[in-house]
Design a protein around this ligand. Sequence first.
Ligand SMILES: *Cc1c(COP(=O)(O)O)cnc(C)c1O
Length: 356
Amino acid sequence: MITAADIKIKKTTSSRISQVDFNDLEFGKIIADHMFLSDYKDGEWSNEHIEPFGDISFTPTILALHYGQMVFEGMKAFRMKDGNVSIFRIQKHYERFMRSLERMCMPVMSYRLFEEGLTNLIKLDQAWVPNSEGSALYIRPFAFASEERFGVKISSEYKYIIFSGPVGPYYDKPLRVKVEDHFIRAAHGGTGSAKCAGNYGASFYPTHLAKMQGFDQVLWTDGSPDLNIEESGTMNVMFVIDGVLVTPPLSDSILDGVTRDSFLTLAHELGIHTQQRTVSALELESALEKNILQEAFGTGTAAVASYIQSIDIKGKDYSVPVPGENGVMTRIKKMLTDIRSGAAPDKYNWNTIIHI
Ligand SMILES: *Cc1c(COP(=O)(O)O)cnc(C)c1O
């Protein structure tokens, strides 16, 4: 068990915040002043501390660099209307992080370690939480194998680190996607439902090829001849077909997105009918031809939701209507934003509030 008192805090003596232009936040570039660290050794997590963000050193032999035991989370903290800060759905991110750690044969940690690490770090760096529309403090907790040894083995030592950085809106343009019918992101029995670094590494080449063809992202399928849709790029994917919000069901090849889950919950509250079921490229094609595909969009912490303007299916390009002000995506996204900012009641206890 750790308590706030166990976290040793070394504050920076020279904050970098005055050098940051909060009106021009390039995604993933700017890092807040501090980071949280903990080490796993001799069967337990210990040495919880916060220090100024900076380089860490290790030898080229650490196991993570060779065999890929490395998992992460992506979360956000928001500036609320009253000036306080809310961290979104800590519990749900914790549960997923533990599942990712388990899948990669890495040690889990107590909820307390996860939560106290986050809240103490964000409290210290609260000035970095931006307050303009669509912006947030992105938080990156991650863990990797740090045992120094090059022989193949399960590491017996790990490092857990959290850092954060202010971000503006992620995608500012609608997405052109293609149904990827050669490469797959994840297979049944694989690591697709774990947020492990290697999943991203393996997705880059197909995504790069798609970009050379003029697309922004690929729509991943399950690799079956039916081309059942799984995700869009690094987001979960949702379709509005004939008034129903449809998304592929969770499986071990689909990442259990916190935004996906929040959208489904809020759709229910708004009285929008939802279905978690298999959607094939063939069904999409026929819905597009019948003009009953009303919206298509990806969901994820970084972008919240970004809409798909065209889908290429086996070389044929279909355009998808733009979600309007009263569209499903727009309504749910607004409700989610309102809950995070305190403009709407937090009925589901999604916010952990840091009082400033
Ligand atoms: C992180 C991630 C998502 C989105 O999850 P959120 O919790 O909503 O951010 C979707 N797909 C993949 C592959 C991911 O890694």
